[in-house]
Design a protein around this ligand. Structure first.
Ligand code: NM2
Length: 539
C-alpha cells in the first residue's frame, strides 16, 4: 500500500464535506429535511436563472467551437485514425453518461408532467399530454449533452494535442489559473468537483435503488423497506468490488456490454409488443414540438408566478433547473471519459457526435418506454397515474412493465438491467474519485483507494433515502452543482485559451528574423555604449 501516492488534503477535504452534510441529515432527519427544502428553494429561487443561462450558453458555445478553427483541431496526430469506430464510440459514450436513471425517468417522467404541466396548461388535458411526451426528451436532449461535452474539450485537448494526460479537473484549468492551481485553490476545485459527483451519484443511487427494490419485491415477494434497499445498494457495490478486487479487470466491461444488449432487448420488446404506431407517431411529434419551442423551453422561468391571478407551477425549478444541475455534476467526469475515447476525431466530430447520438439514444428510451406508459393511461388499459399517486413512482414503473406479455420475464430483465447499471455507476464514479485523490495514477488507481470510494458513495444515497422525498434527492444535485457551474466556466475558458494560443503559434509562425535583427542591433548598440563608457573611464 503506497500511502505517499495519495493527495491527502483532497482526500480528507472531500470526505469531510461529505460527512459534514450526511451526518447531520442522518442524526436530525426532520430538521435536516426542513433545512434541505430551504436550501432547495433558496438555490432554485435565486440562482435558477443562472443554471438556465449556463445550459443555453454551453449549447451555444459548443456550436460556436464546432464551426470555428478550434473545431477542426484533430485529437491526435495528423494522420492518425479514429481509435474507435463510430458505433462503438456512440455506445461507449452513452454507457458512460447514462445510468439507471434513464430507466426510471424514461418510464415515469411523463406522468409528472401530465399531472403538472408547464406554461399554465391545465393538468391532464390534451395539451398537457403533448408537453408530457416532449419535456422528458428535452431534459435529456441537446442542451443536456452539450453540458456533458463541454469539459471534454479541454481534457481531450490536453490529452491528445498537448499530450499531457489530465485526470484532475484542477489540472484542466491550469491554462487560466496558472500556478494558482498549485495553491490550496487547486485542492478546493478538486474537492468541489468530487462533492458534485457524490451529490449527482447520490441522486442516481437513491432513485435507482427503490426501483430495483420494487422489482425484487415483484419477483420474490420480499417486503420493500429501508433494509432491502440498503442490501440492494451494498450488493451493487459488492458486484463492482468483487470484479475489481479479483483482478477481473474486464468484469465491468463485460457487464456493460451485457447491459447494452439487455437495454436493446427491453426497448425492442416494448416497441414490438406495445403500441408501435402510437409510440412512433408520438415520439416523432414530440421532436417537432421541441424544435418549435426550443428556446421557450430553454429559458422559461415563470417570472410572473407571484403576480395576482397567475398560478405558480414551480415547474422550471422542479425540473429544468434540477436537470441542468444534475447533468452538470456529472459533466467533468463524463468529460474525462469522452475525452479518453475520442482519439483520432476532430473536436467538431466529438461535439456533434455527443450531441446527436446522445440525444438519439435518450429519444429511444423516452419515446418507447414513456409512450408505452402513456398509452396504457389514455387507452384506459391501466391507470398509471392513479396507481402512482396511491403507491409510489418506483412501484408504478414495475406495474407498467407488468402490463407487457411475459411480464415476469420482463420485470426480471429490467431489474437485472437496473442492477448492472448501478454497479457500473459505482465502477466509473469510484474510478474518478480515487484518481482525483492520487498524485499520480499508474495504469489504475490504488485498489484500496478505489474500494474506499465505492463504499463511501453509498453514504449519501442511504441518508437521502432515509430522510427524503423526491425533492430532497433533487436538492443533492442542485446544491452540489452550484460550485461546478463556475468550474465549467473555467474549463471552457481554459480550452479557448490553450487552443487559441496553439493556433496562433502555428499559423503566425514565421522565422523570427525581425526579432533577431532587433535583438542583434540592441546588443551591438549596448556593446558600443559599453565600449564608449570604458573609453570615458579610461580617459
Ligand atoms: N443524468 C444523465 O443515473 C444516471 O443515469 C446518470 C443522470 C445526468 C441525468 C446520469
Amino acid at each position: 500500500m503506497n500511502k505517499n501516492l495519495i493527495d491527502w488534503p483532497t482526500f480528507f477535504g472531500a470526505l469531510f464535506l461529505l460527512l459534514a452534510v450526511s451526518i447531520p441529515l442522518a442524526v436530525f432527519p426532520e430538521t435536516g429535511k426542513e433545512f434541505v427544502n430551504i436550501a432547495n428553494d433558496f438555490m432554485t429561487g435565486n440562482f435558477g436563472v443562472l443554471y438556465l443561462i449556463f445550459g443555453l450558453a454551453a449549447f451555444a458555445f459548443l456550436i460556436f467551437v464546432a464551426f470555428s478553427k478550434n473545431g477542426h483541431i484533430k485529437l491526435g496526430d495528423k494522420n492518425e485514425d479514429k481509435e474507435f469506430g463510430t458505433i462503438s464510440w456512440a455506445a461507449m459514450l452513452f454507457a458512460a453518461g447514462i445510468g439507471s436513471s434513464i430507466l426510471y425517468w424514461g418510464m415515469i417522467e411523463w406522468a409528472y408532467y401530465y399531472q403538472g404541466p408547464p406554461f399554465g396548461v391545465e393538468g391532464e388535458s390534451q395539451e398537457a399530454m403533448e408537453w408530457a411526451t416532449a419535456y422528458g426528451i428535452f431534459h435529456w436532449g441537446p442542451i443536456a449533452w452539450a453540458i456533458y461535452t463541454l469539459p471534454a474539450l479541454p481534457i481531450a485537448y490536453f490529452y491528445y494535442v498537448r499530450k499531457k494526460p489530465v485526470l484532475k479537473i484542477s489540472e484542466a484549468v491550469r491554462p487560466v489559473l496558472g500556478r494558482l492551481v498549485d495553491t490550496p485553490l487547486g485542492v478546493v476545485i478538486d474537492v468541489l468537483f468530487m462533492f458534485g459527483l457524490m451529490g449527482g451519484a447520490g441522486t442516481t443511487l437513491a432513485l435507482g435503488t427503490p426501483m430495483i427494490a420494487e422489482g425484487v419485491n415483484d419477483i420474490t415477494g420480499l417486503p420493500v423497506n429501508l433494509t432491502l434497499k440498503a442490501v440492494i445498494m451494498l450488493i451493487c457495490a459488492a458486484i463492482f468490488a468483487i470484479s475489481a478486487y479479483s483482478g477481473l479487470r474486464n468484469g465491468i466491461r463485460v457487464l456493460s456490454d451485457i447491459n447494452l444488449w439487455l437495454a436493446i432487448f427491453v426497448l425492442t420488446f416494448i416497441f414490438v409488443f406495445g403500441p408501435s404506431l402510437f409510440i412512433s407517431e408520438t415520439a416523432f411529434t414530440s421532436i417537432g414540438l421541441i424544435i418549435d419551442n426550443f428556446f421557450k423551453m430553454a429559458t422559461w422561468l415563470e417570472p410572473f408566478a407571484n403576480v395576482d391571478g397567475f398560478t405558480e407551477t414551480a415547474f422550471p425549478e422542479a425540473w429544468t433547473v434540477f436537470y441542468w444541475a444534475w447533468w452538470l455534476v456529472y459533466a467533468p467526469f463524463v468529460g474525462l471519459f469522452v475525452a479518453r475515447i475520442s482519439r483520432g476525431r476532430t473536436i467538431q466530430e466529438m461535439i456533434f457526435g455527443t450531441m446527436v447520438y446522445g440525444t438519439l439514444g435518450c429519444v429511444l428510451f423516452f419515446g418507447i418506454m414513456g409512450n408505452f406508459g402513456l398509452h396504457l393511461q389514455i387507452s384506459g388499459q391501466f391507470d398509471v397515474i392513479g396507481f402512482m399517486n396511491e403507491n409510489s413512482a418506483p412501484a408504478a414503473i414495475i406495474a407498467i412493465l407488468n402490463q407487457l406479455p411475459l411480464a415476469w420475464m420482463m420485470v426480471t430483465v429490467f431489474t437485472i438491467l437496473a442492477i448492472i447499471f448501478l454497479a457500473t455507476t459505482f465502477d466509473s464514479s469510484s474510478y474518478i474519485l480515487s484518481a482525483v485523490v492520487q498524485k499520480e495514477v499508474k495504469a489504475e488507481p490504488l485498489r484500496w483507494n478505489r474500494l474506499f470510494w465505492a463504499f463511501t458513495l453509498c453514504l449519501m444515497p442511504l441518508v437521502l433515502m432515509f430522510v427524503g422525498d423526491l425533492q430532497t434527492l433533487q436538492t443533492a444535485s442542485i446544491v452540489a452543482g452550484f460550485p461546478v457551474l463556475f468550474i465549467m466556466g473555467l474549463l471552457a475558458w481554459s480550452f479557448m485559451r490553450a487552443s487559441n494560443e496553439d493556433i496562433r503559434a502555428t499559423k503566425d509562425y514565421q522565422p523570427p528574423t525581425i526579432h533577431i535583427d532587433k535583438e542583434i542591433k540592441r546588443k551591438k548598440r549596448r556593446s558600443a555604449l559599453e565600449a564608449l563608457e570604458d573609453k570615458d573611464l579610461d580617459d
